[in-house]
Design a protein. Structure first.
Length: 125
């Protein structure tokens, strides 16, 4: 009986590992449309934030890193509340990284742009 529980736990963990690996694989293989959207958003934000030459590569890296994570969550088969919690956590982490990169004024503009994007997403629904 105990070995059955251990075996069941093993298969459950194996399934979770395979599922998360597949989601990461899908995130690394973005469609051209997704890549274009990310690029467009990057350019819009960079222009609005008036980034320096030193800030641009870091900004791009952070944005792409979190965009991939968001796409992985979107494409996952998780329940709506689980996705919401993951997205909220990803946003919190991204905002913390951006706060260290940007000046106070730039960060304020960044947060305003984030609110605009949230409104656009809600309008699509």
């Amino acid at each position: 009986m105990k070995s059955l529980k251990v075996l069941s736990l093993f298969f459950a963990l194996l399934f979770i590992g395979i599922n998360s690996s597949y989601a990461q694989f899908k995130a690394d293989n973005l469609t051209e449309e997704q890549k274009e959207e990310i690029k467009k958003n990057l350019e819009e934000h960079a222009a609005a934030l008036n980034l320096s030459e030193d800030q641009w590569p870091k900004f791009e890296e952070i944005t792409k890193k979190y965009a991939k994570q968001m796409i992985a969550v979107k494409d996952s088969g998780a329940r709506r509340m689980s996705k919401y919690k993951k997205v909220k956590s990803i946003r919190k982490n991204k905002d913390a990284e951006m706060k260290t990169l940007l000046s106070k004024d730039q960060y304020k503009v960044y947060l305003e742009k984030q609110e605009e994007m949230k409104k656009k997403i809600k309008e699509r629904r």
